[in-house]
Design a protein around this ligand. Structure first.
Ligand code: UD1
Length: 354
């Protein structure tokens, strides 16, 4: 069987990690990795392949940054050429980026089977580009690999139950594996002495308007302990454009961290402040209180007992960023860390006959 993975943006490299490892051990499966080039900076891409020991991509389409339509359209055209050459049994697409949608559309138009990893998540916020990508990808895919019971219920509500399978969350696999191998925080990038807060901001709704970005930076500066701000290129570009300083006061800006360094930095943090989906969940898995600068989350299980708090209006960031850990048991809503094995088993058993 041939499985062709299409990835392009940083969170997809993290999800690919455990899948690539599982497929490497599967002697009956040939795995082809296609990188669209959506993320191209070394520390947004190559560093993840190296630190998660993912084989180099077989193909890099070099698409790069552009408007949504141009970026997605160029990807569709280039992925179609690869798919015609490779004719995989499954095209495996990951998450909710423009690379996800492009690969799903290219494959389905060639009547090649598509499996969507991380299916069924919803923010119900139609202003988010990721929400368009999730809904459209789920409705055109042949196999919907859902990470949580809530995602299964959502797919059922949209009439997609027959194509759905609950596999667990592959980001839990990789987060727990990596966390188990971090011995001390000294293993990681240089960090201030504890306590500190780890922060990331990159969503267009938070970066692309000067007033909003200024408010966010003011609220980070109001946190009463050092803040390590891991700056995504979109954040840096927006701050430069608007003339808003990112560092200053207790805020120290660092370049994007390799995945093991990020996990080490979360593990030792007093709190996380973010608008990233993945980081909300990593904080939850590692037992670190999270404050999310968004009005909603796709990962609703993280909200239980206040492990994750939504603060879109930035009303209480200074206090919530350093609040104590809740005492409750978080349970295992994201699976047991063996989702990648379940994914491969589903790909085998649901392989369409050709
Ligand atoms: C994309 C995903 C988002 C994911 C995020 C993780 C979509 C619609 N969004 O958002 O779901 O959470 O990745 O990072 O696909 N840039 C660089 N170097 C890079 C990559 C990007 O400088 O290696 C700059 C570009 O100028 C670009 C901007 O960052 O304009 C944003 O990149 P883009 O791929 O458009 O979206 P992200 O905001 O990264």
């Amino acid at each position: 069987m041939k499985v062709l993975s299409v990835v392009g943006a940083r969170p997809q490299f993290v999800k690919l990690g455990p899948i690539a490892r599982e497929l490497r051990d599967a002697t009956d499966i040939h795995h082809v990795i296609v990188h669209t080039g959506q993320h191209y900076d070394r520390d947004m891409s190559e560093v993840f392949f190296k630190s998660l020991r993912i084989p180099d991509p077989d193909v890099n389409l070099g698409v790069g940054s552009s408007s949504h339509g141009h970026q997605t359209g160029e990807m569709i055209a280039k992925i179609e050429d690869v798919l015609q050459r490779e004719r995989p049994d499954w095209t495996l697409v990951y998450g909710d980026t423009n690379s996800t949608l492009a690969a799903a559309v290219a494959a389905v138009k060639l009547q090649l089977p598509v499996a969507h990893l991380e299916a069924g998540l919803r923010s119900f916020n139609r202003a988010m580009p990721e929400e368009h990508n999730r809904v459209l990808t789920d409705h055109c895919a042949d196999l919907l690999l859902a990470p949580t019971k809530g995602a299964v219920d959502q797919l059922d509500a949209e009439g997609l139950a027959a194509r759905t399978s609950l596999v667990g969350d592959v980001m839990t696999d990789v987060c727990l594996q990596v966390a188990a191998h971090i011995r001390t925080v000294a293993d990681s990038a240089s960090l201030p002495a504890a306590p500190y807060v780890l922060a990331t901001i990159h969503r267009p709704s938070n970066t692309d308007e000067a007033g909003r970005l200024r408010l966010i930076m003011d609220s980070l500066r109001s946190i009463p302990v050092p803040v390590v701000l891991v700056a995504h290129p979109r954040l840096r570009a927006a701050a430069d454009r608007f003339g808003i300083p990112l560092s200053g006061g207790r805020v120290e800006v660092v370049t994007p961290l390799a995945y093991p360094d990020l996990i080490a930095a979360v593990q030792s943090a007093a709190g996380v402040v973010t608008d990233s989906g993945g980081l909300q969940k990593e904080a939850f898995l590692l037992g670190v209180p999270c404050t999310t600068i968004r009005s909603e989350t796709e990962w609703v299980e993280t909200l239980v007992d206040g492990w994750n708090l939504l603060d879109p209006q930035l009303t209480a960031v200074a206090e919530s960023a350093v609040r104590p850990r809740p005492s409750s048991d978080r349970g295992h809503p994201y699976g047991d860390g063996h989702a990648a094995a379940a994914v491969v088993s589903e790909l085998r058993s649901r392989r369409p006959s050709r």
